[in-house]
Ligand binder design. Structure first.
Ligand code: THU
Length: 135
């Protein structure tokens, strides 16, 4: 499944708005994310840091966990916005979390700067072989 251009841009704008709430007093690096679930609903997140640095949480995971706590299990697409010239890739931990809620599909990952200059890839472009628990 591929999102239409209008939906991609709306998702990026949602992520850009969520970035306004980033709590990043330690790194100064503010991130916003927005996930589109297969229900059609959008959930947003921002990074939330802590004085105990290792407790900080990425914007992508905040958005995904909000979706999951609302009963969502399937991510179709995620947009990530940073104030960088080149769009920033999601970290490895977030890629593994996206894989967990991909339901065998290959979610779109849209990375953008503040000017809506974005790049669209797939989870498999970043993480071709995620870990899945097979018994
Ligand atoms: N960060 C994210 O929110 N998403 C990522 O994919 C990578 C990093 C945040 C974590 C921390 O608050 C700040 O960016 C600097 O690492």
């Amino acid at each position: 499944m591929s999102l239409a251009k209008e939906n991609v841009e709306n998702l990026v704008i949602s992520a850009r708005n969520a970035r306004e709430n980033a709590y990043a007093p330690y790194s100064g690096f503010r991130v916003g994310a927005a996930v589109m679930c297969n229900s059609g609903k959008v959930y947003t997140g921002c990074n939330v840091e802590n004085a105990s640095y290792g407790l900080s949480m990425c914007a992508e995971r905040v958005a995904i966990y909000k979706a999951v706590s609302d009963g969502e299990k399937h991510i179709e697409a995620i947009a990530i916005v940073t104030d960088t010239d080149e769009p920033a890739s999601p970290c490895g931990a977030c890629l593994q979390i996206i894989a967990e809620f991909s339901q065998g599909s290959d979610p779109e990952i849209i990375t953008s700067n503040l000017n809506l200059e974005y790049e669209t890839k797939r989870l498999s472009d970043y993480l071709p072989k995620p870990f899945y628990l097979r018994k």
